[in-house]
Design a protein around this ligand. Structure first.
Ligand SMILES: Cc1cc2nc3c(=O)[nH]c(=O)nc-3n(C[C@H](O)[C@H](O)[C@H](O)COP(=O)(O)OP(=O)(O)OC[C@H]3O[C@@H](n4cnc5c(N)ncnc54)[C@H](O)[C@@H]3O)c2cc1C
Length: 515
């Protein structure tokens, strides 16, 4: 094999994790080449102008940040800020023909207490809410630092964290059971449950939901979901700057089609026939892709199950409940996400149908960070809305990808319009060709656009951030594979998933601890 370019490390995949891995290695003095198959960096963390005539840069795929540790931002010296949303969530409610809602502030306040009281008739549910989330906040603070350290066993971590009751209900008992025990109201239960179901096609009683729930609540020690200033693409721009500053060579349009490994190191070939060799390879695409390239069988995983819909609005729509849209859309806006609606939708989707009352959540980036719009659009009162529809698994789109996507988009719009005083279509910006400024991405689009297997936003099923006894010798950082020269550096590594950079950091540490 003729090898023309030799490095200490090859990083395959220029999503944010690949960039983090490459930057850490280069900062440690390693020569690194990063090979990205697409024409641009970023993977699921890109910002784009989906409606070119409008100067509005939307986070096309991922949109909020919680899991990225401050330590990574500081270690790499990136200029990337996230902003707090004043509102945590709003859930519009229609009961006996009357429209109301549950508005929850980022920090508990009298307005929030009053909404809980109105919905449930007493202070009990609000107190249950505060008790539950205070317990989890304690665990979040204690467990977060372990994300950037070698893995512990479950028993070691449980004893070091020292909150055995919280541990038991988060890691060992189905989260659905716990939620039903702690909360009485169907809407409140649903608001809690949604964090367990983002991108995860399971029932509330499946432990996979616990894993999703855990990662949604422990990010950076607070679990707070924050707005990336300048959009998600701002993170990529900074990571690229720092990687290149430290000497990383970045090659775009370099899809890796072949990986070889022997005692001399690793060698890869790209689709254009370019060859690279190195001591180590960090694969920051999906583990299923790595397995395919190595001729191995792919790890089993659930498929992705979400619709992502991006919208540009000429103004925020009024709501039937009369709440100020600037409050309602500033946090996470839940629709059809009561506990029973979520469970019903899961059953409907499992039977092969797109759920009618599609459960979904949305938020408006521009209410917290207007910088993604031009001054002119800001002045005209434009806003962006990001919609994430649950329980729409890839299998629903296989037979007729475009037709099913239209149906799911229609279901999402109808679900949303149930709560709006003016239909969303009437406030969508209009493009030059007369079309409305709305784009939808199904799980199959995510597979085609980004290589996410079956549209799984975490590459594969999330794992708990610890190992059991049988894995002790194989996994130290959660990045190791059965080849001592090949590491997983993307979301599919243990503790990966989401915009966190943790998988990239840990793979780099695994490599550095070898040499
Ligand atoms: C619609 C959507 C919404 C989301 N929302 C959020 C959110 O709000 N907050 C959050 O924390 N997380 C969110 N996520 C999840 C999060 O974005 C991902 O888990 C994370 O960005 C994955 O990052 P990564 O760098 O590991 O992989 P990716 O971003 O998937 O990047 C992998 C890169 O590797 C490249 N690649 C793959 N194979 C090869 C190859 N053979 N050769 C060369 N290059 C290759 C790909 O082109 C891609 O650029 C969302 C994801 C999606 C899709």
């Amino acid at each position: 094999m003729s090898l023309d370019q030799k490095y200490d490390a090859i990083v395959v995949g220029g999503g944010h994790n690949g960039l983090v891995a490459a930057a850490y290695l280069a900062k440690a003095g390693k020569s690194v080449v990063l090979l990205e198959g697409a024409t641009e960096l970023g993977g699921a963390t890109t910002s784009v102008r989906p409606f070119p005539e409008y100067d509005a840069k939307l986070s096309r795929y991922s949109y909020l940040v919680s899991l990225l540790p401050d330590q990574i931002v500081a270690d790499l010296g990136i200029n990337f800020k996230t902003l707090e949303r004043s509102i945590a969530s709003y859930t519009p409610i229609r009961k006996d023909g009357e429209d109301s809602g549950l508005l929850i502030s980022q920090r508990w306040d009298e307005r929030t207490a009053e909404d809980f009281r109105k919905l449930t008739g007493s202070d009990k549910e609000g107190q249950a809410w505060q008790g539950f989330y205070n317990e989890i906040a304690e665990l979040a603070e204690r467990i977060a630092p372990y994300m950037l350290k070698p893995l512990k066993s479950a028993s070691e971590l449980k004893s070091e964290i020292g909150l055995p009751d919280v541990w038991d209900y988060l890691m060992e008992r189905p989260i659905g059971e716990v939620i039903k025990e702690r909360f009485q109201d169907d809407v409140v239960r649903g608001v809690v449950l949604t964090d367990a179901l983002i991108g995860t096609f399971v029932s509330a009683d499946d432990l996979q939901a616990n894993r999703c729930f855990l990662y949604h609540l422990i990010g950076n020690g607070t679990g707070q979901w924050r707005v990336p200033q300048g959009g998600m693409g701002a993170l990529v721009i900074e990571l690229k700057r720092v990687a290149e500053l430290n000497g990383v060579k970045i090659n775009l349009n370099s899809y890796v089609t072949d990986i070889d490994s022997d005692e001399n190191g690793v060698a890869v070939t790209t689709s254009s026939g370019a060859k690279y060799s190195a001591q180590d390879l960090l694969f920051a695409g999906a583990p299923q892709t790595l397995a395919k390239l190595r001729g191995k069988s792919a790890p089993k995983s659930l498929e992705g199950s979400q619709m992502k819909i991006n919208m540009l609005l000429s103004k925020l729509p009024q709501l039937k409940s009369g709440v100020d849209p600037k409050l309602a859309f500033a946090g996470t806006f839940h629709i059809n996400e009561s506990y029973s609606q979520l469970e019903n939708s899961y059953q409907v989707a499992k039977s092969g149908q797109i759920p009618g009352d599609l459960p979904l959540e949305m938020y408006c980036h521009t209410l917290t960070d207007p910088t993604i719009l031009s001054p002119e659009l800001n002045q005209r009162g434009f806003h962006t809305l990001t919609l994430f529809g649950l329980h729409t698994p890839a299998a629903l789109f296989d037979k007729d990808p475009e037709g099913s996507k239209e149906l799911a988009k229609k279901a999402a719009i109808e679900s949303l319009n149930q709560y709006l005083a003016e239909p969303i279509e009437s406030v969508l910006a209009v493009c030059k060709d007369g079309s409305l400024a709305i784009e939808a991405k199904s799980p199959l689009d995510l597979e085609n656009d980004l290589g996410l297997p079956r549209g799984n936003i975490f590459h594969r099923d999330l794992d708990f951030p610890f190992i059991d006894g049988t894995e002790r010798n194989e996994l130290t950082w959660g990045s190791e594979t059965d080849d001592s020269r090949i590491f997983l550096a993307g979301a599919g590594a243990r503790r990966g998933g989401g915009v966190s950079g943790i998988a990239g950091h840990n793979a780099a540490m695994a490599v550095l601890s070898k040499h």
